[in-house]
Ligand binder design. Sequence first.
Ligand code: NCD
Ligand code: ZN
Length: 347
Amino acid sequence: MNTLTITRPDDWHVHLRNGPALADTVSDAARNFGRAMVMPNLAPPIVNITQARSYREQILAARPSGSHWQALMTLYLTDNTSAQDISDAAESGIIYGVKYYPAGATTNSASGVTNIDATDKALEQMQVSGMPLQIHGEVTDPDIDIFDREAVFIERILVPLVQRFPELKIILEHVTTRDAVAFVSDSNSNIAATITPQHLLFNRNHLLAGGIRPHYYCLPVLKRDVHQKVLIAAASSGNKKFFLGTDSAPHSKSSKESACGCAGCYSHHAAIELYAEAFSRAEALDKLEGFASHFGADYYGLPRNTETITLRHEPWQLPQSSKLGNEAMVPLSAGEQLQWQVIDGAL
Ligand code: NCD
Ligand code: ZN
């Protein structure tokens, strides 16, 4: 197979930031994707529809001319999110999910939820309104090993949450472990998961063996290869519960190459091509379209895109660095070779 034509894909989890970065992140996001679910972890976070409207306008103003790409907005859940905030969001026509960050779990999560029980009113309203909850599934307990934080979150927080709110739509974002894949696979159809390109292509050896590589550091952190193999199997299984969410999260080169480097991998320079690489290695390119272009839209109850993009098997080299506003950035797999490139449908 030398070319592959698929329905235009969507990205169900991305960080676009604001300010001067937007020109770069939005043009990358709009190149091949039809839509993107925009995460709300700005500083300060997007906690209400007024902020979401203004952020959406900034994003759309940065869109390349002629682009139909859409920004699907999210709200940031806090201990103070009210039932009214949720019903306003549900009626707004621009909010498609509410993001739950345990406080302190990751980049810009200081205002996150300190105790999930404090959010019951908001969650009840989400269940009633059909508003999906997008979860960063890691506990923040310093006594829990960082490699176990997702599995412990499932056991301590997620299982009881699903029991209390059985009708709530929940996306376990950027799953990284076989525990998460098993949990999602065994749950009812309200529960789904996104998978990033870095967790399909890499494991913790890429981050730590032979030297520490900060550009492979994201949260949840890369796990052992046994987990990576389960993620590849889930993504390429044709199971509709697993779909594309890059978690593309830009940070400047200087903020990552530091004694305390920040978490986040930027993949929007070559997102669909990175997924094609992973599916091609798994000899499952025929499963890419469902994962990348159908299952996410179906889960969110949105129409599938009608346009297509075409990839060709033709090795190419990723650039060593790119630009993030006024700063330099080192994207995922910088300088490496990829086997597939988009030849048609890109903006
Ligand atoms: C994200 C970021 O930089 O905003 N970082 C990351 O490592 N994934 C936040 C997040 O999704 O955890
Ligand atoms: Zn994220």
